[in-house]
Design a protein around this ligand. Sequence first.
Ligand code: IMP
Length: 424
Amino acid sequence: MPATIVTGLQWGDEGKGKMVDHLAENAAAVARFSGGANAGHTVVVNGRRIALHQLPSGLLRPGVLGIIGASCVLDPVSLTEEMLSLEEEGFPVDDRLTISGNVHLVHPAARYFEKTDESSLGEDSVGTTGRGIGPTYVRKFSRRGLRLEDAAIPGSFTRRSNDMAEECVRQLGLGREEEDALREETGVFNGHALDLVTRASDVSMVISRILRSDGIVIAEGAQGTLLDPDHGTYPYVTCGSCVAGAACVSLGIGPVMIDEVVGVMKAYNTRVGNGPFPTELTDELGDRIREKGNEYGATTGRPRRCGWFDGVLASYAARLNGSTWTVLTLLDVLSGFPELMVCKKYQLDPEIDLTLFETGARLGRHVPVFETLPGWQEDITGETSWEALPKNAREYVLFIEKLTGVPVRAVSTGPAREDLIWRT
Ligand code: IMP
């Protein structure tokens, strides 16, 4: 049985959690392949809004195994808190979570380094989530990171971890208060890492056994393609790879094991943090989308920047991921607008070759050329039938489908699990 990958085609927060939860209904396992506690995957189950940060969204389905891949970065303290709160919500994790022993741990010192880095950049700061993601990846690639498997030897693990805290105190010249706080956080971190090591495994082996016995595996991406460090709006990106290709690396499975790549995108665009955003709306239309769509970060609570759907970037992202089909989410948020705009090309060079256009910081020079489409006034929240959608809503979806060149197989019309239209 081949595996399915789910990735975001914008700047994150596309609604991947809801889609993964859907696909997990018949799955044996859901495996997170990138990012860490910077993510916020929201699923609404029986009217209750559950935000997952490091745990795979499939854990909300009974009997589904959750897997955390090697390319993620793991904060043992917040992961433990997340497991406890999921249990309180009635979704016990028990023995349904296994973690790659190779995963790098987010040491408390990483957050101190991140704070210093961000404030030294001033106006050019990335606007990170403050979860220690960047410094943990930096340490990984400088080959000095702490991995979960290291906690199997408690003495040397604790020594190395304590040394990392002392190194941070020295390098950043922390004051007494911060120094004490970091030492205390390091003690708590050490304890949780030592507890979690019992969950360490060879996830490649776990997944290959499931696939060989005909089980379905869903690989769950985090953030979005435009935040990818290689292909996104660098330097305003995260540090873990967000594209579908990264799933194979993180989970230790060959590309031939994948048959579907699902791209999730909102019916408009949003972004949290700094960086270029050609279709951004800085007027009351943007505020209206933000309020209607509750566009506030699930992890940091920050207001998201909102704008019209960018078809150029969505096509680019669909190509990078090799999306076989897409899901258009939050279509209900666009009800009530007299007209809607969709960016169909950029003005810098109308003949621009999509393989060459600049996605880095210079993306901001690109001026969007919009197609104006008529809106619809009916409230479509919770609609589950394609035929019952207003004609203009269907035409909006079909326009985006044509622009991206990938079939939109599902449309989400509300936050709840069941608010979904399948187009067959
Ligand atoms: P970091 O991942 O905390 O280093 O943040 C780098 C950039 O990615 C910032 O602009 C964040 O706002 C953004 N980012 C990180 N995780 C997410 C996410 O899950 N959704 C949306 N934006 C994110």
